[in-house]
Design a protein around this ligand. Sequence first.
Ligand SMILES: [Zn+2]
Length: 150
Amino acid sequence: MESGLLKDKLNCVKCTEPCSLMKRKKSPNESIWRCKKCRAEKSLRIGSWFSCSKLNLQEILLLTWHLISGTKTCDIERHFGFSSATLADWHQFVHKQVLDHVELTSSKIGGVGKVVEVDESKFGKRKYHREHYVEGQWVFVGFDFIKGVP
Ligand SMILES: [Zn+2]
């Protein structure tokens, strides 16, 4: 909650009264939101990155970190024991979220009187220490500036 990953307050979806955080008996490691007036309950995870999974919060953070960091899914599967179906679902979900974020926060560059420079880098490891071939991911970056003004 302090980091903004989970909501720090919630109003009831039925009566709009503020909810309180309560310990859930069947899963004491995870709290629930309960309406003070009508007693309706909602998951602590509502509206968060964690809302659509049965994994615990620590597992989701771990999985997300490794997927974003580029750890190979076979290594994640071997080290942490997640099923291949779980890994495939999360891999797809994380990449969709990243692409959606990039699409939402990106803007078109260039235009009249502007200069665009494009640079490319490939991040990865040289395979089998052979010359030139690098296994990895290409990253393209575009710079946009007015001519004479860097
Ligand atoms: Zn209520």
